[in-house]
Design a protein around this ligand. Structure first.
Ligand code: ZN
Length: 273
């Protein structure tokens, strides 16, 4: 007999147990979902700034790749500015569920064609995590539609406050924690009002900053996360690592929709029923 065999086993009065054979095959039929992550880094400071080289000898992207690799369901690719098409070919983006972006010195040199390609992929459902000085990257300013300017000066102790402990990005993260040194980014931050606010940064010198917020664009989500200056060991901090891992999971959208949200010539709802 082909297919599964169903046996009705009479165990007790009025109690039937269904046993489906072959049971072992059914138990092993687990669907494991892998989240495809691409970590993009311009990779400049970690080649020419001794402080950055000491903290991130293989580049910020390698440090991020290593801690993300602790998650068994993450498949990670790294890409850098100097690679052909900055390592973000259509093929790579088509295989990316969540893209992380660290840039600072080369924002203006990033290819407009690559930015357009990344934008299109976000609108179709890819997530984008814009890290630290990516606030001024072409892709982030394009997706925000504002100047994304902010106040800044040299380092101070920062205390990161979670303003929404129920948010998935804040899962297993303390309500507040300190970074001994982080570059001061402060308000006013010229961004649209966030769809979801998760973190606010407070500096010992008195400044405050909207440090972690989520935007929805098309079918994709974007998380901006402020900590991560290149001369301080922020990406070695376990709370920071946890937040970034959580953000990858939160931004993951299993369904990508070709063309994003498109214009349609609609019939009236009554006509189409
Ligand atoms: Zn910085």
């Amino acid at each position: 007999m082909r297919g599964n065999t169903i046996i009705v086993h009479k165990r007790a009065k009025n109690c039937l147990i269904l046993i489906v054979f072959p049971p072992i095959m059914i138990a092993m039929k687990e669907v494991s979902i892998m989240i495809r992550v691409t970590v993009w880094n311009e990779f400049v400071h970690e080649k020419n700034n001794p402080e950055a080289i000491t903290i991130y000898p293989d580049g910020i992207h390698e440090t991020i790749r290593r801690f993300l690799s602790e998650e068994e369901d993450f498949v990670i690719t790294v890409a850098t500015f100097d690679m052909e098409e900055h390592g973000l070919t259509q093929e790579v983006l088509d295989q990316t569920d969540v893209l992380l972006w660290w840039g600072h010195m080369r924002h203006k040199l990033v290819s407009d064609a690559v930015v357009a390609r990344v934008r299109e992929r976000i609108l179709c459902g890819m997530g984008l995590i814009a890290l630290h000085s990516a606030h001024f990257s072409k892709i982030f300013t394009t997706m925000m539609g504002t100047g994304c300017t902010l106040g800044w000066r040299m380092e101070s102790k920062e205390r990161l406050w979670c303003v929404d402990p129920s948010h998935p990005i804040a899962r297993d993260v303390p309500q507040h924690f300190c970074l001994d040194n982080e570059e001061i980014y402060c308000e006013p931050f010229d961004i649209p009002n966030p769809d979801e606010s998760v973190f606010i940064g407070w500096y010992q010198t008195g400044e405050v900053f909207r440090s972690g917020q989520v935007y929805r664009r098309g079918y994709g989500k974007i998380f901006y996360f402020q900590p991560g200056h290149e001369t301080v060991p922020t990406y070695h901090n376990p709370h920071i690592q946890k937040i970034i891992k959580n953000a990858v999971r939160y931004l993951y959208n299993p369904v990508k929709r070709e063309g994003g949200v498109v214009c349609t010539h609609n019939k009236s709802p009554e006509e189409s029923e």
